[in-house]
Design a protein around this ligand. Structure first.
Ligand code: ASP
Length: 584
């Protein structure tokens, strides 16, 4: 038996008990007449003690030579600790060791394996298995497992069945490139790894499975943006015989359950906002509503004065920044420079201080008197003591810029409290999105999303006006889930594909299997998928999803530990009937 207890388990009640522990040597402190060793496992740390009075000199010598991260098994007696450590669960006791077995030695680790480490990101990724021994990483993995368990518990209580769908499939359009896998047995042919199980879950509905879920890996070959992983995990769900309302209800339930069980947080409101309103009020389709700073459109009150910049703008829009009227000139200049950075791209910023005494002081006092500015305050909801920031220009660009400013200021003002949770449904998305470069329409969500009832005909006349039966779940300014009511009629699906630029032959070749299935009694259905990595990191109060993935890829999509991707040898290429044609 390797151990009778774990390293996190022993308490005063165990004093005088004989125990066996196994774990890793975190630290050895040698005071000459006494040697202490911190022994660590997944559950905690227990202090081992060896001393001249009670330990044989041979054993004391052995203790002295235990290196960091040696794996050892020790047997001894639990005794009371003279200097107790209140920061450690086992801090009232120590184990007086009478036998040590070295189970495995360790090279000196490349970084310290403690809560605070001296290892840089790259080094820790290369030796991720050592990083996982550290509490911050280990705790995140334990946390992730807890979230996944609660998801399974809730959904299976609601009669969802977990079904696995295949990984070696054919392209599913979710808007990214596919990772492909060559088929050895079918020369010149390739599988694609699923960007999501979308078509399979719809086929499960045709198969009568009714309520499906799966915690599943998805693969998207995208140019890596910060904090994206080429493979990531979804909580993928689908239901038959449902309308949008049923889905929103069901997954409001899941969200509330998770927040309550995992965070002890009770949700009081679960608001909904249309896509158009979200863009108008927050300049963003995934607004953080933990704080206000809603947009006030100032065209009617700020245009047609003498100020040309505003007069020529499609949109003049502002926000009230709480308590920021006392920003210094230097701080304000820095803010103006911040919005002018290329990443934000504003031409400039007008601001007005709404002083505590009720007066205004703006950068455009030449054009606007106190009464004008009080209308700005009214429109943006500013109170005395606030700062009104105003941007202007092309409507879409200006909204995006002001949204970025809103988030930045909220961050600086500490309004994005990670312990507060504000979920929000964004509904009524446009069905299609115009690709400015090609002039073609893309499905904003995916090609299987149905238009709002009665809007199918609009596709012919005014495609960009068609709204989708689609919804996103937003939590604290992050999109954590999205889904839609699907098309379940063959003709509607082929009309949709036609509008997306597929010829009937292309549509049949790529989606024939799905459209054929629709001819055999496909029930009305819809679903949603949550990004598990993102959900876990938000619940965990941290920003980076990589910290919640056991073996993540780096920003260039590489696994630096196993060194993948990597070249394969000629023999393997030949077997796969692949020829590498590297030029240059
Ligand atoms: N398959 C979709 C996605 O990955 C989710 C859904 O429509 O259920 O975003």
């Amino acid at each position: 038996m390797y151990r009778s207890h774990t390293c996190g388990e022993l308490r005063e009640s165990h004093i005088e008990t004989k125990v066996t522990l196994s774990g890793w040597v975190q630290k050895t402190r040698d005071k000459g007449f006494v040697v202490w060793v911190d022994l660590r496992d997944r559950y905690g740390i227990t202090q081992l003690v060896f001393d001249e009075d009670r330990t044989s000199s041979k054993l004391l010598e052995q203790a002295r030579h235990l290196g960091r991260e040696f794996v050892v098994q020790v047997t001894g007696e639990v005794i009371e600790r003279s200097s107790k450590n209140p920061n450690l669960a086992t801090g009232n006791i120590e184990v007086l060791v009478d036998e040590v077995v070295i189970l495995n030695e360790s090279k000196t680790p490349p970084f310290t394996i403690e809560n605070e480490t001296d290892g840089g990101e790259d080094l820790r990724m290369k030796y991720r298995y050592l990083d996982i021994r550290r509490n911050p990483v280990k705790n995140n993995l334990v946390f992730r497992s807890k979230v996944a368990m609660e998801v399974r518990k809730y959904l299976s209580d609601q009669s969802f069945i977990e079904v696995e769908t295949p990984y070696l499939i054919k392209s599913t359009p979710e808007g990214a490139r596919d990772f492909v896998v060559p088929s050895r047995m079918n020369e010149g042919q390739f599988y694609a790894l699923p960007q999501s199980p979308q078509t399979f879950k719809q086929l499960l509905m045709v198969g009568g499975m009714d309520k499906y879920f799966q915690i599943v890996k998805c693969f998207r070959d995208e140019d890596l943006r910060a904090d994206r992983q080429p493979e990531f995990t979804q909580i993928d769900c689908e239901m038959a015989f449902v309308e949008q309302e049923d889905i929103l209800d069901e997954f409001e339930g899941l969200t509330k359950h998770l927040l309550k069980e995992i965070k002890g947080f009770e949700i009081s409101a679960f608001p909904r906002i249309t896509y158009d309103d979200a863009m108008r009020i927050y300049g963003n389709d995934k607004p953080d509503i933990r704080f206000g700073m809603e947009f006030g459109e100032l065209n009617t009150v700020a245009q047609h004065k003498e100020f040309g910049v505003f007069n020529s703008a499609e949109l003049v829009v502002g926000i009230a920044v709480p308590g920021a009227a006392n920003y210094t000139r230097k701080e304000l200049d820095a803010l103006v420079n911040w919005v002018k950075r290329p990443q934000i791209g504003a031409q400039g910023m007008v601001y007005a201080k709404y002083n505590e005494d009720g007066s205004f002081k703006s950068t455009v006092d030449k054009f606007y008197d106190q009464e004008d500015l009080s209308k700005w305050a009214e429109t943006t909801g500013a109170k005395p003591g606030d700062l009104i920031c105003v941007l202007s220009g092309d409507a879409n660009k200006t909204r995006a810029q002001l949204s970025a400013l809103r988030m930045e200021l909220a961050e600086r003002l500490g309004l994005r409290n990670p312990e507060e949770f504000a979920p929000l449904w964004v509904i009524d998305f446009p069905l299609l999105e115009l690709d400015e470069e090609t002039g073609n329409y893309h499905a904003m969500h995916h090609p299987f999303t149905s238009p709002k009832p009665g809007q199918l005909e609009l596709l012919e006349t005014d495609p960009s006006a068609v709204r989708a039966n689609a919804y996103d779940l937003v939590l604290n300014g992050n999109e954590i889930g999205g889904g839609s009511i699907r098309i379940h009629d063959r003709d509607v699906q082929s009309t949709m594909l036609k509008h997306l630029g597929f010829t009937p032959e292309e549509a049949q070749a790529q989606f024939g299997f799905l459209m054929d299935a629709f001819q055999y009694g496909a029930p009305p259905h819809g679903g949603i998928a949550f990004g598990l990595d993102r959900l876990v990191s938000i619940l965990g109060g941290q920003e980076t999803i990589r910290d919640f993935i056991a073996f993540p890829k780096n920003n260039s999509g590489r696994d630096v530990m196993i060194d993948a991707p990597a070249a394969i040898d000629q023999e393997q290429l030949r077997e796969l009937n692949l020829k590498l044609d590297i030029k240059g």
